[in-house]
Design a protein around this ligand. Structure first.
Ligand SMILES: Cc1ncc(COP(=O)(O)O)c(C=O)c1O
Length: 452
């Protein structure tokens, strides 16, 4: 049996894939990725694919970047793992200091974990405990956006608002105050932007005016709701939410797991509107996309509420076995160094512009109802009838067919429902962006039966 056949056999017999209907899986055998080289993924048959979604939104400098690989190797020679419970190590401390330096405002403390979801759990627990220990124990509630996505653990699912993913777990979840989704094309309030005066943000004012005494925090994906289909918020929305939270003494949690580390054209999306959160969740691109690491950043004010005598038990009783793993921290430090030295975020400006130009052409296609872009994050929404904005029936799996057709043109991309997502690595070249756009345009045209 060839290695390829053996991998397929073992995969089909034993591997349960995320977000995947496993009954259909064997019908469309997967590409088996064997190597990464720059912005390219190479399969076990030697076929090369451009990594058009940065391996699920993580790859920053390309795969196998020599500087990051070397940093991991060097660290491996020193220390593979050691706990942060009762001990420290240089990489965790140095990275915490650097994160405090690069994140906005007063976010001076880093609490590590391993995934975006855990960074969110930690933010929620810190926010809850903060009010318990700040003389306002009744501030127990959370507010979150319609169609929010903050990860797949139970706390993160509670603040999440995507029925398809979250509804089944309803009985397990804590209640959340849900704000109208800031999605202008399908405004849940039935209003028109900008005449609406950002009524979706003002809904938070109404909520907090009535119940602010019982609400401890708002959690929000700043500027772009990624998993909802790259829904780009109207200008000023984020800042308005932040102002309202400050006015009502409600903690502002920015979930920058997807938007952080340069994806939106700034290092953090909060910078686009001068927002300084109380808590910030980081993950995905933090290591340049190499090893699992996440951090929850907290302000000094939040942190101070956890200080006290031993027997006051104000401690944050939370930690994961691999919290602050030295290899992952070394990778993150190397990635941040590359960002600084190569001016990576500023250098995305021409790529962002090239994406916009190409997307304008794709937007003209018969079955493309909307193209959304914020920096290097793109969602291309398909619909059966553009004029009436009628979606395809779910069983048509049009997003899936479009990305599979694009694959034949040499790119790996992913859909979210019938929205085709593009999120190329920040280190992409203009030529690679052109290839991504061309393959995507052709894939969509072929799947929808429209002219390219
Ligand atoms: C905004 C946001 N928060 C949290 C998460 C969860 O991150 P992870 O998959 O690393 O748990 C994601 C993942 O896509 C995300 O987009």
């Amino acid at each position: 049996m060839s290695e390829h056949s053996q991998t397929l056999r073992q995969d089909i017999d034993h591997l349960w894939h995320p977000f995947t209907q496993m009954r259909l899986w064997p019908e469309e055998p997967p590409v088996i990725i064997q190597r990464g080289e720059g912005n390219w993924l190479i399969d076990d048959q030697g076929r090369r694919f451009f990594d058009g979604v940065s391996s699920l939104w993580v790859t920053v400098h390309g795969h196998n970047h020599p500087a990051i690989n070397q940093a991991i190797r060097d660290q491996l020679e020193q220390l593979d793992h050691s706990t942060l419970l009762g001990l420290s190590h240089p990489q965790a401390a140095r990275l915490a200091a650097e994160l405090a330096e690069v994140t906005p405002g007063e976010l001076n403390k880093a609490f590590y974990s391993e995934s975006g979801s855990t960074s969110v759990e930690i933010a929620l627990k810190i926010a809850f405990q903060y009010w318990q220990q700040s003389g306002r124990p009744e501030k127990k509630g959370f507010a979150a956006l319609g169609e929010a996505y903050h990860g797949d653990t139970i706390g993160a699912v509670s603040v999440g608002g995507i029925d398809l993913f979250h509804q089944v777990y309803g009985p397990l979840l804590f209640p959340v105050h849900r704000l109208p989704q800031p999605f202008c094309r399908r405004c849940p309030l039935g209003l028109e932007h900008p005449a609406c005066g950002l009524a979706c943000a003002e809904a938070l004012e109404t909520l907090l005016a009535e119940q602010g005494d019982e609400i401890g925090a708002l959690i929000v994906e700043p500027r772009v709701q990624g998993a909802a289909g790259m829904i780009v918020q109207p200008e000023g929305y984020l800042k308005r939410l932040w102002e309202i939270c400050r006015a009502h003494d409600v903690l502002f949690i920015a979930d920058e797991v997807a938007t952080g580390f340069g994806r939106t054209g700034k290092l953090f999306a909060c910078e686009l509107e001068g927002v300084e959160p109380d808590l910030m969740c980081l993950g995905k691109g933090i290591t340049g996309g190499t090893l699992p690491l996440a951090a929850t950043m907290a302000t000094d004010r939040v942190y101070s509420a956890f200080l006290g005598e031993f027997d006051e038990f104000k401690t944050f009783f939370h930690g994961h076995t691999y919290t602050g793993n030295p290899l992952a921290c070394a990778a993150a430090l190397a990635s941040l160094k590359l960002m600084r030295e190569n001016d990576v975020v500023a250098n995305t400006a021409p790529l962002i512009q090239r994406l916009s130009q190409g997307l304008a052409r794709i937007a003209e296609q018969e079955h493309v109802v909307q193209v959304r872009q914020q920096g290097m994050m793109v969602g291309i929404e398909l619909s059966q009838d553009k004029a009436t904005d009628t979606p395809y029936p779910p069983e048509a799996r049009m997003g899936h067919h479009a990305i599979m057709a694009a694959r034949e043109h040499g790119v790996i991309i992913r859909p979210l429902g019938d929205t085709v997502i593009l999120m190329p690595p920040l280190a992409s070249s203009l030529e690679e962006i052109d290839l991504l756009l061309e393959a995507t345009g052709k894939g969509i045209a072929e799947a929808t039966g429209a002219a390219a």
